[in-house]
Design a protein around this ligand. Sequence first.
Ligand SMILES: [Mn+2]
Length: 483
Amino acid sequence: MSGVFRRFPMNLVCVSGRSWPWRVSAMLLLAICALPTAMAQQRREREPNSVYAERRAKLASNIDGPVVLLGYTGREEEAQAYIFAQDENFYYLTGHNEEEAALILLPPNGSRAKKGDWEGPREIFFLPAKNPSKEKWNGVRMSPSDPGIEARTGFALVKELPELRATVERLAKIYPSFYTILPYQRELGGYPHEKEVVDWLKLAAPQAALKDIRANINDLRVIKSPTELSLLRQAINLSLDAHFEAMKMIRPGLFEYQVAAKMEYVHEMGGAEDEAYAPIVGAGFNSTVLHYDKLFRKIEDGDIVLMDVAAQYSGYAADITRTVPANGKYTPRQREIYDIVLGAQNAAIDAVRPGAVIGCREKRDKKDALYNIAYNYINTHGKDLHGKPLGQYFSHGLGHSIGLNVHDPGLEACNKPLVPGMVVTVEPGIYIPEENLGVRIEDDVLVTESGHELLSQKLPRDPAEIEKIMAEAVKQRESGPTQ
Ligand SMILES: [Mn+2]
């Protein structure tokens, strides 16, 4: 993945903003352009500080002890190509995308504490002290001594990071329990970062009981704010542009990675800083490999080509899949399977509304779950080469939440009802290795008060329309200069 545009200076974004193919929310654009030049390191658009503050207030309203969270240190990965990106939960609560920050949130005034209460502010943000010699190598970073740091970060009190320990020790004398993100037990002790934070807290506040705040944050993250939606729309629209270009480009003789390269180019030239995930472009048999990421195959005449590729915009991930014929025309069998997947997807999308559940493969008891709607459609249409129904070839879930992560948290329980403001994927698929035939169609859907909005509507799913786009591209290639 190219790193060039990840360092895209924000002042250039402001200059070129008007020429973007998709409209940027004027408010967001103004917010970035108004920032001082020292923000050049901050490659993302942020939501207004008030939005982050509101989230922290919601989180703090349900706790009886301090929340202590640490951002990533920037030493999480050794690779030269690594570019810092904040821990998602920390970013969600602060909008801060620089190394070595920490956050303490206190329960509202008047909540029960052990001995007396804390008299300082209810939120404290910690940043590394100004370090001019380090900045010579890595560029300017925000620090507590910056003028106006409170207004920029949205915190009334910004302290130097080494003061975190003393603050935690003081709070431990007042509060019997602390909240942080506890590592998942099932992952051999959890991610190193989460485990390190917990180990540090146990040292700094040995008497304090540690409680997990992860689920509380997930419950907030699953419902998107208007500004998050605006960033998600950017990510989705750039992904649609890329898929459209890929449809026009695909032909026998190209390598899978060349299709991905074109799509990444479209994303980054449109302002995306990164891919939402490793691009999947699978031709022929590779279309049946769910997370195929080798991208080595030369696309052959008669292949089906599955593209699961999407952009990340200011931290927010889209997730889009289209499946097209390499030579511009689906074979009758490819078309038959494609139509079944499309029928299943349409049935599931139609059912997206508040109160509906996504459902899951493991538990198919709820008839009107989106998964079951899609599964039943697939299982009652078409057959494999042995006359068996096709349900067995739908080998993954129906969808998931998207946001700061392409598999965003908050909807893990398969029977959690959808509510307005959630954004989910709807992505049925049929994968028949024996026939070198995999079809997935994946779109991003916003749950609204009255039902849903298909955020990726602009990109055709209709097979005849896809064939038309590809045929027109062939004509243009033949009449114009070689691409
Ligand atoms: Mn997906």
